[in-house]
Design a protein around this ligand. Sequence first.
Ligand code: OGA
Ligand code: NI
Length: 338
Amino acid sequence: MELLSSWCYNGSLPESYVMPPESRPGDLIVPLGKSIPVIDLQCHDQIETVRQILKAGEEYGFFQVINHGVLEDLMDETMDVAEEFHAMSGWDKEKECAKDPKGSCKLYTSSFAYPREEFHLWRDAVTHPCRPLDEHIQFWPEKPSRYRKVVGAYSVELWKLSCRILEFICQGLGLSSDYLSNELSQDPKIMINHYPPCPEPSLTLGLSKHRDPTIITILLQGQVHGLQVFKDGRWICVEPIPHAFVVNIGYLLQIISNGKLKGAEHRVVTNSRDPRTTISFFVYPCDESLIGPAKGLVDARNPAIYKAFKFTDFVAAFILKPDKEALKELISAPRILD
Ligand code: OGA
Ligand code: NI
C-alpha cells in the first residue's frame, strides 16, 4: 500500500478510484445560503446556547461553533503541523507512525480496509489516541519536531471543548449534565486527514457517505471546501468559517438519545486545485462501555428504539467488518406500539 500523496501528482485518476455513478459527487442542489447552524459559545444566555445546540443536533446532526475558547494561534499552529506531516516523504511518515509495538498510531491511505476495498478514497490519514496524554504521546510522531508539543496542547484543549459541548447536550436532552462524562467519552482519538488535489473530482470521493461511530466529532476543516452533510435527500456544503469548529453528532449519541439527535451522514468531495487537510477529534467510549438509550429518555410513551450493546461489538459490526444485517441485529429493538 503506497500513500496517495506519494504518487497522486502524476496525472490521471486510476480506475480503482472511480466511484459507481450513484455514489459520485454529481451536481449540488442546495439552495444558496443554506448551511448548517453556527452557534456562539460565548453567548451569555446559557439556556439559549443549549437550546440552539439541541435544535441543530435534532435537525442537522451538525453545527459549527465560534467563540469556543480554543486559541486561534494554537489552531493555526496545529493545522501547520498537520500539513507539514503529510508533506513528509512516505518513508518518514511510516517510520514516525511505527513507534508503538502495539500499533496505536495508524497511518493509512483511503481507509484502513484498503486491501478489501472495492473503490479507493482520495485521502491519506494518520490517527492515534490522545488521552491520557502521557500514556500515548510517547508513541506519536516526533517529526515534524513540534508535532508532540503542538498536537498535545491541541488535544488537551479539544478535550476541554468536547466536555463542555457534551454537558450542553446532556442538559438539552434533560439528562444530568455529567451523564456522558464517564467511560462513554473517555477514549478520544485524533485523526489528521489529507486530501490532495484530484485530477477528476467529479468521479471520486475523499470520504464516502458515512456516520461517525462516535459520541461526537469536532472537526477543524481549514479554509478549503469539501465536507458535505446529507439532509432531506440533499447534500449541503459546510462553509469554511475561519477558526470555527464543525461539530457533529455521532451514531452512538443518536442511539443514547434514543433517536432524538441525529448522527448525520456526511462525505468529503475533492477538488482539482487546493490540497485539503482536516483534523478530527473523535470522542469515543472505552471498549467495554455499554451503549444504549439513556434510561431517563425512555418510558411507556417513548419506548427504546435501540437495544443496548457493548462498544466493541459495535466496532466489529460497523467498522472492522461492515455488515448491515449484523449491525441491525445488534442495535435494533422492536418498537413497542401503544
Ligand atoms: C471524518 C470526516 C470530514 C473532513 O474524519 O470522519 O468526516 O472534512 N472528516 O475531513
Ligand atoms: Ni466523518
